[in-house]
Ligand binder design. Structure first.
Ligand code: PMV
Length: 316
């Protein structure tokens, strides 16, 4: 085979992963739980080459993404005793520059394509562990639907992989509205911010404990398709995670004025009886969790806010 192509969806964590227990093996300190986004995906084509190269949307990758990519290929070759180099062409169907997490779908698609090209025939669990070496959240993007990423307890990481809990047909009415906001370049990478948080934050251990208690409640809420419970738990988990960053030294903040504006709009909508909730990751953009029944009302409100660059509506 001369080339292989694979597609993977982005995912948003409802119960967050934040912090590593092993940096080289990318082992998380805690379990996380996510939902896949059918509107946001990466398509990746890989072929054998004389040198490693990476094109994202037809343009040579930035130094930062190249670093992570080269690191991943080094680990991949070592793990599967492969000598080749690879030409990788990755296309995101969403704005890469808008600060949306493309590393999860990117590394998941790369993993799936390499598995095909090199004829490895890896099972999902192994694919998840391999994608994890690119980016922790990528371990969840080798599946669709609602996905649990187990932290594992072994030091070699052989029990740190993701698994699907509900498939993508479980909750057809669930919607994730991605609100892309005006923003400059990312202030600090998630890896660096995680490191500062785990080593200095005064509230980190407490958040991990609380988040671990929320996880079974979240799985139960998704099983029941209870948007109020899912949204409330997701907001608590997200706000707790961002608080751990504010309590770190130096303090880290990914929100900007527009972020707060969207958060307040979501809260006001909810006060007026519309079922919608927010979650935010390592950047200023907001993801609104709601249902197809409420989608129109939410979109009408969001469209009126200043600082909103683009709105993407996604199902699972
Ligand atoms: O996988 P990374 O290194 O991009 O980290 C993801 C961290 C969060 O998006 C903030 C949370 C998560 O679980 O996806």
């Amino acid at each position: 085979m001369h080339f292989a192509t694979a597609v993977a969806n982005a995912n948003i964590a409802l119960i967050k992963y934040w912090g590593k227990r092993d940096e080289k093996l990318m082992l998380p300190t805690k379990n996380s739980f996510s939902v896949s986004l059918n509107a946001l995906n990466t398509t990746t084509k890989v072929s054998f080459a004389n040198n490693d190269s990476l094109l994202i949307n037809g343009v040579a990758a930035t130094t930062k993404s190249q670093e992570k990519f080269f690191h991943f290929l080094v680990e991949f070759r070592e793990k599967y005793k492969i000598n080749s180099n690879f030409c990788v062409e990755s296309i995101n169907n969403f704005p890469t520059a808008a600060g949306l997490a493309s590393s999860a779908s990117g590394f998941a698609a790369l993993t799936l394509a390499l598995n095909d090209l090199c004829g490895l025939g890896l099972e999902r669990k192994k694919l998840s562990m391999l994608a994890r070496l690119g980016s922790g959240s990528a371990s969840r993007s080798v599946y669709n639907g609602f996905v649990l990423f187990n932290r594992g307890s072994l030091s070699d990481g052989l029990d740190a992989f993701a698994e699907q809990i509900f498939d993508d047909s479980h909750w057809p009415e669930f919607r994730i509205i991605v609100v892309v906001l005006e923003s400059g370049p990312k202030k600090i990478s998630s890896s660096q911010a995680m490191k500062i948080t785990t080593s200095t934050s005064t509230s980190y251990v407490d958040w991990v404990d609380q988040s671990n208690l929320r996880l079974p409640q979240m799985i139960d809420a998704v099983a029941q398709k209870d948007i109020a419970a899912v949204g409330t738990l997701a907001e608590q988990d997200c706000l707790g995670m961002h608080q751990t960053m504010r309590d770190a030294s130096p303090s880290i903040n990914y929100f900007n004025g527009c972020t707060w504006q969207v958060v307040n709009a979501v809260r006001q909508l909810r006060d007026s009886g519309v079922e919608c909730y927010f979650t935010i990751d390592a950047g200023p953009n907001v993801k609104v969790l709601t249902t197809s029944f409420e989608q129109k009302k939410v979109l009408n409100t969001l469209a009126q806010l200043t600082g909103v660059q683009r709105i993407i509506v996604s199902g699972i």
